[in-house]
Design a protein around this ligand. Structure first.
Ligand code: NDP
Length: 467
């Protein structure tokens, strides 16, 4: 029997769509799903749906592995966590030297780095593959962020690049990211940026809802989406706003409590660890946490019963500029985190190429990312690009206006605040941190640096006693 060129283990939402994508690209595949899970007949159902002679289905792991040509390329598409280790250990007895295992789930990059090392002891190659685009992206062309050894990537590149989304120039939105857990790291930061972008849209919606109907807000977002601000998230938000269930706007039926699967908070935890202020996306994580305190919010809202005397109308031109401003800051913070990780772990990551990979197929794809990818070919950071800094500078008045509108109308817009605060902090040459240095030395003899002294020099002062 002719062997398949590629194997997919796990036929959940993403595994199924990626398998169909491969078949649409004429890649002969073998698929596997366990039969002991919550659902049975998953493989049989898939074979029926696919209706394609290039796919073989298995519920026996050994038969599945044996049906793939060597060196094997097997994509694991199951939930992240300990399950991945169980699946890897289940596969190991059937694998041979030089086979390549790819984890396409949202695994933590540190776990991926450990798995790369563990499997290399068994002479098996391991790739941690960030996949973005949701179910539709997986089917029609996702954005792919592979990390691990470059040699292993080169062996799977043809397949991944075939199924990936294509950028404006027809190049695949997939390229080697870097060693160890670099691919999953970049996917994690992508998700963090996604949290920030989503929350900014939610804040716009809250501000606009004071004076506009869902239909009017949707129309405005569709208009913005025609220009420089075009993005996947803006477009789906414009659609969501006019979605109905029966005669009712669906949004009126959805509870105002946002959940999360953890990648946003991972991204913020890593940012804290690496000392990078990623305040917009971290605030977006907090906004979701705050939303989950629904009962408390309802009780407190009744207690304070504060009425806004008259609604301050919003300046739509300023709002559009403020949105552009905050989105740029959110992206810049995410890219700074990637750059710091790259320097810390010696990964040699290419920010321009990462933005290019994000330019299509993924949830944060946008016209701006395409533009910023080109900017980053010339400079190392968006803050080194004259046109970006002068654009943000011009937009400062707009963001100030929007924050004032939020204050006047008592609308919670935390991510807009954080974008503004970060910009002010980053563009203030003399900060108040000299006082922090002094306080630390006063109570803890932590020493301080002095203006004009060598960077490695530190000082302690014999502070006056408290009266
Ligand atoms: P699903 O929940 O739809 O599917 C999970 C799959 O994992 C199922 O095939 C399930 O099998 C299998 N599975 C679960 N536990 C085990 C186990 N112990 N042994 C073997 N197989 C197991 O998940 P998704 O397809 O949505 O997600 C898969 C991965 O991709 C996750 O890491 C997710 O974070 C990531 N991802 C998801 C995206 C999305 O939009 N959904 C986007 C990008 C990444 P069974 O049917 O038998 O339960």
């Amino acid at each position: 029997m002719k062997k398949s060129s590629f194997g997919i283990l796990g036929l959940g939402v993403m595994g199924k769509s990626l398998a169909l994508n491969m078949l649409n690209n004429h890649i002969p595949i073998s698929v596997y799903n366990r039969e002991t899970g919550e659902e049975v007949g998953v493989v049989a159902d898939f074979l029926k749906t696919a209706n394609n002679t290039s796919v073989k289905g298995f519920t026996d792991l050994g038969e599945f592995v044996n049906s793939i040509e060597t060196p094997r390329q097997i994509l694991i598409m199951v939930k992240a966590g300990k399950v991945i280790d169980r699946v890897i250990n289940g596969l190991l007895p059937y694998l041979e030297e030089n086979d390549i295992i790819i984890d396409g789930g949202n695994s933590h990059y540190e776990d991926t780095a450990k798995r790369v090392a563990y499997l290399s002891e068994h002479k098996i190659n391991f790739i941690g593959l960030g996949v973005s685009g949701g179910e539709e992206g997986a089917l029609k062309g996702p954005s792919l962020m592979p990390g691990g050894s470059k040699e292993s990537y080169q062996k799977i590149a043809a397949t991944l690049e075939k199924i990936a989304a294509k950028d404006d120039d027809g190049k695949p939105c997939c390229n080697y990211i870097g060693p160890a857990g670099a691919g999953h790291f970049v996917k994690m930061v992508h998700n963090g940026i996604e949290y920030g972008d989503m929350q900014l849209l939610a804040e716009l919606y809250a501000l606009l809802l004071l004076t506009k109907t869902y239909e009017e807000i949707s129309k405005l977002f569709f208009e913005w989406n025609e220009g420089e601000l075009a993005s996947y998230l803006l477009e789906i938000t414009a659609k969501i706003l006019v979605e109905k269930e029966g005669n009712e706007n669906l949004l009126n039926l959805i509870l105002d409590k946002a959940g999360n699967k953890g990648t946003g908070s991972w991204s913020s935890t890593v940012a804290l660890k690496l000392g990078v202020p990623t305040t917009v996306k971290t605030t977006a994580v907090y906004a979701r946490y705050t939303s989950s305190f629904k009962n408390e919010r309802v009780v407190l809202a009744k207690k304070i019963d504060r009425k806004i005397k008259s609604i301050e109308p919003i300046d739509l031109v300023a709002l559009k500029e403020a949105y552009d401003f905050a989105r740029t800051i959110n992206l810049q913070q995410g890219l700074q985190l990637i750059k710091t990780a790259s320097d810390t772990y010696n990964w040699g990551l290419d920010l321009a190429e990462i933005c290019r990979i994000w330019s299509n197929g993924c949830i944060i794809k946008s016209k701006k990312i395409v533009a910023y990818s080109k900017v980053l070919q010339q400079v190392d950071s968006l803050f080194e690009a004259k046109q970006v800094v002068s654009g943000l500078n011009k937009q400062e008045t707009a963001i100030t206006k929007i924050l004032q509108n939020g204050l006047a109308n008592r609308v919670n817009v935390p991510c807009f605040y954080e974008a503004y605060n970060y910009w002010i902090a980053m563009t203030t040459a003399q900060s108040s941190a000299n006082l922090i240095q002094a306080q630390r030395d006063f109570f803890g003899a932590h020493r301080f640096q002095k203006i004009g002294a060598k960077e490695e020099e530190s000082f302690h002062h014999n502070w006056s006693e408290l009266c």
